[in-house]
Structure formats: structure tokens, C-alpha cells
Ligand binder design. Sequence first.
Ligand SMILES: C[S@@+](CC[C@H](N)C(=O)[O-])C[C@H]1O[C@@H](n2cnc3c(N)ncnc32)[C@H](O)[C@@H]1O
Length: 389
Amino acid sequence: MWSTAREIADGDLVIIWFTRDALQPLHITAGKELNTRFGVYRHSDLVGVPYGSKVGSRNGKGFIHVLRPTPELWTLALPHRTQILYLADIAFVTSWLDIKPGSRVIEAGTGSGSFSHSTARTIGPTGHLWSYEFHEARASKAREEFTRHGMDGIVTLNHRNVCKDGFTVEDTVDAVFLDLPAPWEAVQHAKKALRKDRTTRICCFSPCMEQVMRTVSALNDAGFTDITMFETLLRPQQVDVLPAPPSVAGAAAQLKRAEARREEKRLRQIAQAQRAKRKRDDGDGDGGAEDGGAKGGKRARTEDAEDSGAADTPLAGTPAPAADAAPSAPAEERKISVSKAFPEVRGHTSYLTFAVLLPPAVYAAAQGAAEAQSSAASGAATPQADAAA
Ligand SMILES: C[S@@+](CC[C@H](N)C(=O)[O-])C[C@H]1O[C@@H](n2cnc3c(N)ncnc32)[C@H](O)[C@@H]1O
């Protein structure tokens, strides 16, 4: 669909990534300039640059990333003409409709072409997408984009009211996707377009339950089976950076250090109390030469100890501060990233109603079997009911 070359060429479509929320499609046209709040860029400066490059602006005010388009990026960057389908719904619909390379698919309406681009990539050149849009300006804009994106061989765009006029193909497609305000009005037409030689599928995308109920009735009336409805919810995550909790070894070392400090303090208090007691005792004594010498000697030793600062150093028997523990940064310095779901889930985009259309012969056989089973059940119930009566 888009360039597969390594480097950007004149005429290529690229996706300019400014920020996570600001993307823009750009057709490289030599001679033109991209002027944004993230700087000024000449298109010609991007020619020859490998896709995915980070490019600085000419006026040094910022930079951009120049990306190769994909349907996912196109969905995020496309010019909105309508509400569009996003990746979560597109992926779910593609999976449930069993759309794969070579599939033949109908979509209505085309809208902004978000679903069309993903489907075109999935089905590839061996498949085909018939896309219908009754709003003329939207149809011609989408047609222009499909041509520019090299999708002409894969997509046929029809300007048509499908509820009134039906589809342009019969007994042809593997899957139908309806994103219309009144899909129930197109259900019988869809049945005609679906091929009858194999099991096929339909999906209707509707924002309200009332629309779902009308669609389910129409699907039942038209003979579709396995009718199932899903709601896909996006659950954004927020990443926060928090202080890391201490490791077990770190916490143990911290405890050891605190214990050692407490023990030191306790021993210092005991030493102080002993000194104070000795001072008091010395004051009480008569200071005889022998006594004085002995007492003076004791005091001298104590004062020596104080002068040398020994009272502040760990005393004998005091556990040394945990020097053996691995030095660990304080918890507040170590950070970890934590991902948390947003507490509130913002509203769903739409309900997705799926149904299956069996080939007529298979459907008739299944109906016959179901009827036989129910009449057998009612036949078996009758004697019991009689007996009970
Ligand atoms: C919500 S948009 C489709 C968005 C599209 N799925 C996408 O992902 O970009 C619905 C489109 O259906 C078109 N539409 C509504 N009723 C229609 C009808 N009866 N026949 C054809 N198109 C119809 C509208 O004009 C509108 O463009």
C-alpha cells in the first residue's frame, strides 16, 4: 500500500510524529515546507532520510520523527470526516469476522476510511473490499485517498445508499461489516451479498442498545444464527515512578544499623552515669595522698578516655554498625516504574453484534434437526404430564 523502500522519496506519504498525541500525515513534495510549533522543515530535507529517523528542525526549535505509514498510524493521524473505528475494535472485528488474506469483504459506510485501511492490508491483493458511502463528499475524499495509497486494486468504493439500494455484489463476500446508523435496514441486502457455498459472517457496530435490539431482530428474521454481542473497552494504563521498597537485605541492614546505634547510646549513658557517680564520690572523700593518688589515677584514666573521644566510639562489646551489609541507596533514591489502570474506564465506543450465516442446505438440516429434537422432547414430556395428572 505504501512505500517499502528504506529511505523516504519525493511523493511518499509519511507520518510525522510530534508527540504521542500529535501525529500528522504528510505527502513529501519537494519545494514545500512543514511549518509547525515543533520547528520548520523543508520536505526536500526529508528525501533520502531513512524511515523512522529523528530529524532536527531548520531553526533549531525542535525535532520530529518521520515514520513509515501503517494502518495503525493512519488511524491515529487521518483527517477525521466522521467518527472512526480504532485499533481495539478493528482487531476484534477482523478476528471475529475471520477476515484474512484473500477474503472478500463489504463495509458500509466508508466514513473516514479507518477500517478500510486495516482491512485492505489484511486481505491483501488476493482479496477485495467493497466499500459503500452515501455522503458524496466523503465518498470522493475516500476514493482519492485510496488511490493515493495504492489501494485501487484492493478496494472498490461505491457512492450509494445501501439501506435503500443494497450492495453491488450478490452471493460473493465472506464477511459484511456495517457501521451505519440503521444497520437493520441493510441486513437483508447483506444476506444477498454473502456467498452461500460456505459459512459467512456479519458484524454491526452500534453505539446504543436500542440499535442493537433492532439489529438482533433483523438478523433473527433473516435466518442468521449464533448472534452474539460484545462491548470492547479500552483500559488505559498510567505509568508512575515511585520510590522502590527496600530489599530484604537492605531492610535487614537498616535494622542492624538502628540496633547498633541504640546499643551505643545505651553504653554511653551507662558510662556517663558512672562518671557522674565517681565525681560525686570524689567530692565526698578527704583527699588523702594515697587515696588521692588512687582516685586521681582513676580519674586520670577516665578523663583520658573522654579527651580521646573514646566515649563516642563504640565500646567493647558494642556491635559495630553494619559495615558488612551491602551499601544500599536510601529507598527514596531508588525508583521503580509502576503501571496502574485508570480508575475509571471511559465509555465504550460501540456494541459489536456478530452473527453467522450458514449455507442454506446446512441451515435447513440444522432447522430440521432442531425441530425433530423439540418434538421428541415434547412427545417424551406428554406421558409424564399425563401420569402426573
Ligand atoms: C461512523 S461512519 C463510518 C466510519 C468508518 N467505519 C471508519 O472507520 O472510518 C458512518 C458512515 O456511514 C455513512 N452512511 C450512513 N448511512 C449510510 C447508508 N445508508 N449508506 C451508505 N453510507 C451510509 C455516513 O455518511 C458515514 O460516513
